[in-house]
Design a binder for this molecule. Structure first.
Ligand code: KIV
Ligand code: NA
Length: 261
């Protein structure tokens, strides 16, 4: 089984693979495919609960899905994503919620933000809970950032990202997700820290890559530049359901093969 030490050791040697999973079947698939890290992302708010942001996602939502993912992937390294307001209010509350994620079956947690959360992260790690950082475009701050914008374009933004990454390394994060960061800045960050960077829309030079499960398999249908769709599952499922409907309507299903005599 992979652990945080092995993940750190992969830096510079072998690209780290991470995808999200939210339930039993997606966890099984991710695990059987040999993915290094499964993230139970709060992106489940958009992807499977149909919200238009991750803001409404609760601890209860996250815990339910972490438990399902653990059942589907008993041996996987699972990261639980801290939802909006589960860690911002106080370090005490953050430690408590991070602990609940571990009790539900996660091996580590992830939270969004840099310097303002240094103390919170330190406290979570002191409680024995590994933390994955998350910088760049941080979806829980979408209202502050003014939309889904690529980060690191200005000298100030680049400086801030480099500084925050260094702080996350210093407080003891075992890796950092870089989301929507210009490739050159993600490269600089990757070269500047000893812990692995895992990119999503952050170019080719990160130590690993992460994508949303439903985006990879084409269950989501929005075209995103940083995503590669490896299958068109939406169409496959739609055709299956249409076929079922047609066969029942036409009395083709059930056939002799499906009955008990
Ligand atoms: O929630 C999520 O899926 C994430 C990844 C995009 C990194 O945070
Ligand atoms: Na997330």
């Amino acid at each position: 089984m992979i652990n945080t030490k092995k993940i750190i050791d992969m830096k510079g040697k072998e690209p780290i693979t991470m995808i999200t999973a939210y339930d039993y079947p997606t966890a099984r698939i991710a695990s059987e495919a040999g993915i290094d890290i499964i993230l139970v992302g709060d992106s489940l708010g958009n992807v499977i609960l149909g919200y238009d942001s991750t803001i409404p996602v609760t601890m209860e939502d996250m815990l339910m899905h972490i438990k399902a993912v653990r059942r589907g992937a008993p041996d996987a390294f699972i990261v639980g994503d801290m939802p909006f307001l589960s860690y911002e209010i106080s370090p005490e509350k953050a430690v408590e919620n991070a602990g609940l994620m571990l009790k539900a079956g996660a091996n580590a947690i992830k939270l969004e933000g840099g310097e303002p959360y240094a103390e919170t992260i330190r406290r979570i790690i002191n409680a024995g809970i590994p933390v994955m950082g998350h910088l760049g475009f941080t979806p829980q701050s979408v209202n502050l950032l003014g939309g889904h914008k690529v980060q690191g374009k200005t000298p100030e933004s680049r400086e801030k990202l480099l500084k925050d990454a260094k702080i996350l390394e210093e407080v003891g994060c075992f890796s950092i997700v870089l989301e929507l960061v210009v490739e050159q800045v993600a490269k600089e960050i990757t070269e500047n820290v000893k812990i692995p960077t895992i990119g999503i829309g952050a170019g080719r030079h990160c130590d690993g890559q992460v994508l949303v499960f439903h985006d990879i398999v084409g269950l989501t249908t929005m075209d995103l530049k940083f995503v590669k769709r490896y299958a068109n599952t939406y169409e496959i499922m739609l055709n299956a359901v249409k076929s079922y409907k047609t066969e029942v309507k036409n009395k083709v299903f059930p056939s002799k093969d499906n009955i008990f005599e």
